[in-house]
Ligand binder design. Structure first.
Ligand SMILES: CC(C)[C@H](C(=O)O)[C@@H](O)C(=O)O
Ligand code: SF4
Length: 429
């Protein structure tokens, strides 16, 4: 009998999903999908594909399995204009026509940013293949799933047939050793890694995080790491599920959790080691997430806005970090805090964080992608400079093409809100 090569967690998941004993980097496979998501941008995009192919004779009347699909209203809620209002109506019709029950609607109980719902609602379990119509679908790989974003045409195929092709990626192992100092967050870690690897360093590769730094890290910190693997060009980011993952998901109602773990002797195309104790607060300067600088060495620019929001930087732990800084202090610049899902908003009210933000002079808004992608609900004007807990700072990303965004952790963003300049949380009086 042929020897089965040792495989890592991504290869194990993809082998199972494609009905093979084993897969290797470069293999092209046809994999069964376990879960799929579309939002108010990709949903209407998929519907257009359906219209086009139904005109070419493809049967688009039924989805492969509506119980495995969910819809998030996040990018343009509350509706930014007539077009986005129309898209919400389209999504509603789509959900009704295809029998999709899990539709997280703005203004009706739990809703939020798609990648936040995936973990807050325990929609994806370790070992699953999860695809979404959004590039930061990688986020959910932090739960030990194979998670990646797909374009509209591929999403349309998945919704109809429950399968899609993949080229099995090579895997880069990022071994993180030891815990982070208290003023450093997972956001700083991933900025350091992207600064080193570059925005194409992970191109069509898996970025797998492991080591004692991961064991020590909270699930929410891990989600921040996986979220920004997209910014390094990675196909997916992944962290093997452990007790913390299982506890996190079961406390959110998940059952039947069966973590998939790679073989001990699995091979990786590259291995990088990092020491947590050596990490420092960082920012990524305009106009690229790889343009990183230690906060204490960052330019002394006057800021106009601090933004604490998005799938990257508005989880409960992110808000708690910002509140630790803002408690008893006042903001000197426009500061907007938008929890990433209603469940987080509720906890922020219950735990007194919203009061802390309001007392500091910040404003607190509903979950939405609006400001993060420069669409609405707080876009930057010409020449404005923002410090932001989001993941992208390309030209025009958060508004005017001449605005600038510095990416940072919630601790750095909050400290900077207090001084009006890019500030290391250790340097606050
Ligand atoms: C609008 C959407 C499709 C886009 C993405 O795919 O990532 C957005 O979420 C982003 O972060 O730029
Ligand atoms: S919060 Fe930003 S990065 Fe996340 S899905 Fe929305 S637009 Fe994309």
């Amino acid at each position: 009998m042929k020897d089965i090569a040792a495989v890592n967690v991504t290869e194990k998941i993809l082998a199972r999903a494609s009905g093979r004993e084993s897969v290797s980097p470069g293999d092209v496979i046809f994999a069964d999908v376990d879960k799929a998501m579309v939002h108010d941008v990709s949903g209407p995009g998929v519907m257009k594909v359906f219209e086009r192919i139904s005109g070419q004779g493809v049967d688009t009347k039924k989805l492969w399995d509506p119980s495995k699909v969910w819809i998030a209203e996040d990018h343009f809620v509350p509706s930014a204009d007539k077009i986005s209002a129309g898209n919400i109506i389209k999504l509603q019709d789509f959900a009704r026509n295809y029998g999709i029950r899990r539709h997280f609607k703005y203004g009706m109980g739990q809703y939020g940013i798609c990648h936040t719902l995936s973990h807050e609602e325990a929609l994806v379990l370790p070992g699953e293949v999860y695809v979404g119509g959004d590039s930061h679908t990688n986020t959910t790989g932090a739960l030990g799933a194979f998670a990646c974003g797909l374009g509209h045409t591929d999403m349309a195929y998945v919704l109809l047939y429950g399968k899609i092709w993949f080229k099995v990626p090579e895997t880069v192992l990022l071994r993180l050793n030891g815990a982070l100092p208290p003023h450093v967050m997972a956001k700083d870690y991933i900025l350091r890694i992207i600064g080193d690897m570059g925005t194409d360093g992970g191109a069509y590769r898996t970025m797998q995080f492991a080591g004692t730094g991961i064991t020590e890290m909270s699930v929410e910190g891990r989600l921040t790491l996986a979220n920004m693997t997209t910014e390094a060009g990675a196909k997916n980011g992944i962290i093997e599920a452990d007790k913390k993952t299982a506890g996190y998901l079961s406390s959110r109602g998940a059952t039947g959790i069966k973590p998939v773990i790679g073989d001990d002797d699995a091979e990786y195309s590259e291995v990088f080691e990092y020491e947590g104790s050596e990490m420092e607060p960082l920012v990524a300067k305009p106009y690229s997430p790889e343009n990183v600088s230690i906060v204490r060495e960052a330019p002394s620019v006057e800021l106009d806005k601090a933004y604490i929001g998005s799938c990257t930087g508005a989880k409960m732990e992110d808000l708690e970090a910002a509140a630790r800084i803002l408690k008893g202090r006042k903001v000197r610049i426009r500061t907007e805090v938008l929890p990433a899902a209603i469940s987080i908003y509720r906890k922020a009210v219950e735990r007194g964080l919203v009061g802390i933000f309001l007392d500091a002079g910040a404003t607190v808004g509903p979950p939405t992608c609006g400001a993060c992608c420069g669409a609405h609900m707080g876009v930057l004007g010409k020449g404005e400079v923002c410090i932001s807990t989001t993941n992208r700072n390309f030209p025009g990303r958060m508004g005017d093409i001449e605005s600038q965004t510095y990416l940072a952790s919630p601790l750095v963003a909050a400290a900077s809100a207090v001084t009006g300049k890019i500030t290391d949380p250790r340097d606050l009086n």
